[in-house]
Every structure is written in structure tokens, then in C-alpha cells.
Design a protein around this ligand. Sequence first.
Ligand code: DGL
Length: 290
Amino acid sequence: VTTSTGPLGVFDSGVGGLTVVGALLRRFPSERVLYVADQAHVPYGERPLEEVCGFATEISRFLASQGCRAIVMACNISSATALPSVSARLAPRPVLGVIAAAVRRAVLPPLLPPSQGWEPRIGVLATAGTVRSGAYSAQIRRLNPGARVIEVACPRFVPLVEAGELETEAACAAAREYLAPLAEAGCRTILLGCTHYPFLLSTLRRTAAELFDVPVTFIDPADEIADALRAALFDLGQVHHSAPNLLLTTGDPDVFRAQAPRFLPGAAFAVAPACWTSEGALSLPDRSAT
Ligand code: DGL
């Protein structure tokens, strides 16, 4: 049931979607966020696309069942696989994905007619599954058929971020490996096609300064998706809450409680567990599980 006072539902496989929660809380400081980190299944990026689609569909259903009046898939691979079907199922509740937001930001600002000879070369760093889905190339070419898109799968990034390894030697080595083909291709715009990656921005910027002979712009879709949500909520009216934001994890709540302040500094929230049942449903344990 949609209520005009329900929280904003957000989810990801782990801490990555907190980049989007941070942007939402900056835009909507008095809104209440209900977040699911599916840490029982992280990383999503190496899993079959149908399996990720199943998780994303169930988590969205769960968030809707908790009264969320809008749902943000703060997860690229979920957006690539489940957005159209979940949007249709949960309509008229707004369901937003990060891919369209990221692409708008990368492609629209410098939009020039191809007749002027401008051929953007856009690099996309993403998980293996998102690259396999082809969603970024398709969306970018839809908006700008002349764009050249180079996608690089970055399987080591998500485990590094989940472990809090944002600036270690392992993070720098991975960044060098994944940025090298984009430097070679002469990309000037690099989309962060996974919500975990903005946490690696300082490592990425430092590595790019070594590898690229031109300045590069990294695109984090978090602010763009927050703007898109604001537009979607306009019709529903602005509602203010005082209840705390709630971050649920399907992993260990004590670990997530220790991780989250580093990834979401300054925000007020409570952390609680959610669990996958043997029937594949997501639910709240104990007394809240009705
Ligand atoms: N942060 C997610 C994304 O944007 C998922 C990363 C993963 O679990 O592999 O795709």
C-alpha cells in the first residue's frame, strides 16, 4: 500500500547504495529512508543476471510492503535487470534506477549535434554483470548515437570497498588496471557504473592523474538520481518525518553498524537485520516480521 507519508526505500548489495542515500539525505534532510543492504549476497556483479533480477524484485516488493512511497534501486546491476518489470508491478509508486541518471549526467551536458564532429568517448567502470547486460552502451547510444562507449568490468572493486579498502595498495593496483584501457582509448568522461565506486574516487583521481594526459571527469550518479526522485515526488507532495532512517542488512548487523558511519558520515540512522527465508522471501525477523 502506498502512503504519502511512507519512507523512501533504497537498496543495494552492500554499502555502495549509501552513496545514493547520502545524496538523498542532502536533498531531503527531513525525509525518512529505509535501506536494504543485501550483504548476504554481495557481490551481485559476478552472479547470473536472472538471479540478481530475482533479488532486486523481492527486495523492491519488501520495501513496498513496508510502506515505502518511492523505491530507488541504488544498484546498477539491479537497475539493468529488474527496473522495467518492478516499475510495472509497483506502479503508480515511482521506482527509479541509477543507470538512466548516470547516463543523463554523462551525455546531456555537452550535447552537440553529431554534425559538428563531436564524438564523445565515454568510459564506463562497472561490475561484470552490468557490463554483460549492455545497459550502459544501449542507454548512452539512445541519447547520443555518435558516442563511443568503452566498458570495463572491475571485479575487484566491490570486495575492496566492502572491506573498507579505499586507498590501499590493492585498491591502487586495481584502479591502474581498470583505468588503463580507458586512458588508451582517450576517454575524458568516466561513468562510475557501480554505486560502490564513488568511495574509491580519491584513488581513481590520483591514478587517472598518472595515466591520462588529459583531465578526466568522473561521474557519480548519486546527485542526479536524487534530483530525479525530487521530480518524481513533486506529484506526491513533500512530507517531513522525524522517525530515524533505518538501514537493514541481510548480512551481520554488527559489522554493518560498524561499517556504515564511515560510508555515510554525519547521518542519523539505526541498523537492523533482515533475512532471506528458505522460500526466497525477504523478511524482518522476530516481532516485526508480520
Ligand atoms: N553496487 C552495485 C551496483 O551498483 C552492486 C555491486 C555488486 O554487488 O557487485 O551494481
